[in-house]
Design a protein around this ligand. Structure first.
Ligand SMILES: *[C@@H]1O[C@H](CO)[C@@H](O)[C@H](O)[C@H]1NC(C)=O
Ligand SMILES: *[C@@H]1O[C@H](CO)[C@@H](O)[C@H](O)[C@H]1NC(C)=O
Ligand SMILES: *[C@@H]1O[C@H](CO)[C@@H](O)[C@H](O)[C@H]1NC(C)=O
Ligand SMILES: *[C@@H]1O[C@H](CO)[C@@H](O)[C@H](O)[C@H]1NC(C)=O
Ligand SMILES: *[C@@H]1O[C@H](CO)[C@@H](O)[C@H](O)[C@H]1NC(C)=O
Ligand SMILES: *[C@@H]1O[C@H](CO)[C@@H](O)[C@H](O)[C@H]1NC(C)=O
Ligand SMILES: *[C@@H]1O[C@H](CO)[C@@H](O)[C@H](O)[C@H]1NC(C)=O
Ligand SMILES: *[C@@H]1O[C@H](CO)[C@@H](O)[C@H](O)[C@H]1NC(C)=O
Ligand SMILES: *[C@@H]1O[C@H](CO)[C@@H](O)[C@H](O)[C@H]1NC(C)=O
Length: 443
């Protein structure tokens, strides 16, 4: 039979490595928009063009730097090709790679890419992204770029966790820098041991993240700090979905100028929640975060579930390497719909006194950043009991800066059965503060 001969022939070619099996979706033309579910992106994502050539990245295999091999494969297969990191290989990256020239290209990571532990080199050469002193091992950008394959990116974080414990001002690189990417799919991938944040997504649009598996714990007494899953900055029309995050800071964080973002179907463990902010950190800057839909999140062992954090209206210090306050801007049209919490300190936290313990100061210098049209709905589960009898806190620094903050169908209690919310200066839609809080309590 013709079909079986064809299959045999195909199998032979595959086994000879003459052709590469198109098992990942993006080897052929595919619709990123259709991959988004259940919620569609705010705007359709551009279709990924078919790839017509394949380049395999050579590896030294002995810990020597493979960066030149990676760049040469990328140049060879850019504009319509696929670059493969083979399954049985570990690629070493000891050079900061600028991959912002990419166009219509796939990076299929089947094996492991490991970054070197040369902290002196990376502190000097990692890409400086300016915002919050962020630096990245590499920057991936351009147009229509897909990075997937289910392989591993390993940030070799242990040496950084230990160094940071000695000096909080060292610059720890971010594992994945998506900088100036317009049209792309990232994942499935395993991300391990990032020195700090796992993703920094800046100046980007129309990108889908899916099937990301994040984990990486310190093996010494120095914990892995600031290991946010995603930090979005100056980016629009992004979807993050179907991912598992085991980390120790924000699961997803919407930094200044994150707009039109869908986050759905995430399992977050050990984090600081899904956070808007921090915002208002830098005086003279205008931070805009609007049109966010956060849907179907499971949140375990976390400090927060749904969170909005804004610095006070005057400069203050949270820690040696993090201080700020006095900036302005707005948070608008943010929906948290469907979240299940377990062992989470606050189910909901809205604060305009981030980074400051002195409430008198926050009241004296109210935030210049407005918060409007926020909905928390269908949130259920059990807190940790840490703030008993409170299970949530919604505190604005003045009556004029918050409007239309609504909470419906909230079914949250502490292990002892407490279910109180602290509410201050949130009175628009619910008419008065007591109504907001009694409504939250009565659910
Ligand atoms: C860094 O990596 C090299 C090569 O893998 C290894 O020999 C060395 O022990 C590592 N250094 C530290 C401080 O972990
Ligand atoms: C983003 O684009 C702006 C304007 O072109 C540029 O100043 C900035 O360095 C870019 N990168 C980041 C991370 O903001
Ligand atoms: C950036 O680093 C400098 C010193 O290295 C520090 O003074 C400053 O506070 C840091 N800024 C932020 C926003 O972390
Ligand atoms: C954010 O957007 C606002 C409004 O367009 C703009 O004024 C501000 O400079 C932007 N901030 C950054 C960091 O790009
Ligand atoms: C919610 O997300 C989980 C994965 O965390 C998924 O298994 C489940 O099907 C999703 N539910 C809905 C209603 O989309
Ligand atoms: C979940 O987070 C907790 C607290 O950080 C941690 O102890 C536990 O190992 C994490 N679970 C997984 C599966 O990583
Ligand atoms: C607000 O966000 C929702 C998604 O939660 C979206 O459907 C709606 O169009 C947004 N509103 C505006 C005015 O953009
Ligand atoms: C939450 O933390 C506890 C204690 O560390 C752990 O047993 C549990 O597996 C964690 N939950 C998840 C979903 O990882
Ligand atoms: C708190 O802030 C107020 C107002 O700025 C100030 O007078 C007071 O000294 C501060 N308290 C402490 C403990 O710093």
């Amino acid at each position: 039979m013709k079909a079986s001969i064809l299959t045999q022939a195909l199998g032979l070619l595959l086994s000879l490595g003459l052709i590469v099996e198109a098992k990942a979706s993006s080897a052929k033309k595919y619709s990123r928009t259709e991959a988004c579910k259940p919620h569609q992106p705010f705007h359709p994502l551009p279709i990924s063009q078919a790839r017509t050539k394949t380049c395999h990245v050579a590896s030294h295999g002995n810990g020597a730097d493979d960066s030149k091999n990676i760049l040469s494969a990328l140049h060879k297969c850019n504009n319509g090709g696929k670059v493969v990191f083979d399954e049985d290989k570990t690629y070493t990256v000891g050079t900061a790679l600028d991959m912002t020239f990419l166009k219509h290209v796939d990076l299929e990571v089947l094996g492991t890419i490991k970054f070197t532990n040369d902290t002196d080199y990376w502190q000097t050469n990692a890409f400086k992204q300016i915002y919050q002193n962020a630096t990245t091992f590499f920057q991936l950008g351009g147009e229509d770029v897909n990075l997937y394959g289910g392989g591993t990116l390993d940030g070799n974080g242990q040496v950084w966790y230990d160094l940071y414990a000695e000096d909080a001002l060292i610059l720890r690189p971010i594992l994945v820098g998506v900088i100036g990417l317009h049209g792309g799919t990232i994942g499935p991938l395993k991300l391990r041991y990032s020195p700090q944040w796992y993703h920094f997504v800046a100046n980007s649009s129309n990108v889908l993240f899916e099937g990301i598996d994040i984990s990486g714990y310190s093996s010494s007494k120095n914990t892995a700090k600031n290991t946010d899953g995603w930090d979005l900055y100056r980016s629009s029309n992004i979807v993050i979905q179907d991912s598992i995050i085991n980390n120790g800071d924000d699961c997803v964080s919407f930094k200044p100028n994150s707009t039109e973002i869908i986050v759905q179907n995430l399992h977050c463990n050990g984090s600081h929640g899904i956070s808007v902010g921090s915002l208002g950190q830098y005086p003279g800057e205008v931070d805009i975060v609007e049109n966010l839909l956060i849907y179907n999140i499971s949140m375990f062992n976390a400090s927060d579930g749904a969170r909005i954090k804004v610095w006070p209206g005057v400069s203050s210090a949270l820690s040696t390497d993090l201080q700020g306050g006095g900036g302005s801007g707005s948070v608008k049209n943010v929906t948290y719909d469907t979240m299940t919490i377990d062992n989470v300190d606050y189910a909901i936290e809205v604060t305009q006194c981030y980074g400051q313990k002195n409430l008198t100061l926050c009241n004296q210098y109210p935030s210049k950043l407005t918060i409007a049209d926020v909905l928390f709905t269908n949130i259920k589960g059990t807190t940790s009991g840490k703030y008993d009898p409170d299970v949530g806190t919604i505190v604005c620094s003045s009556e004029t800066v918050c409007s239309n903050i609504e909470a419906t169908n909230i079914d949250v209690s502490s292990p002892d059965g407490d279910d109180e919310f602290v509410c201050t200066n949130v009175d628009e839609v619910m008419e008065d503060q007591a109504a907001v809080c009694s409504m939250l309590k009565s659910m």
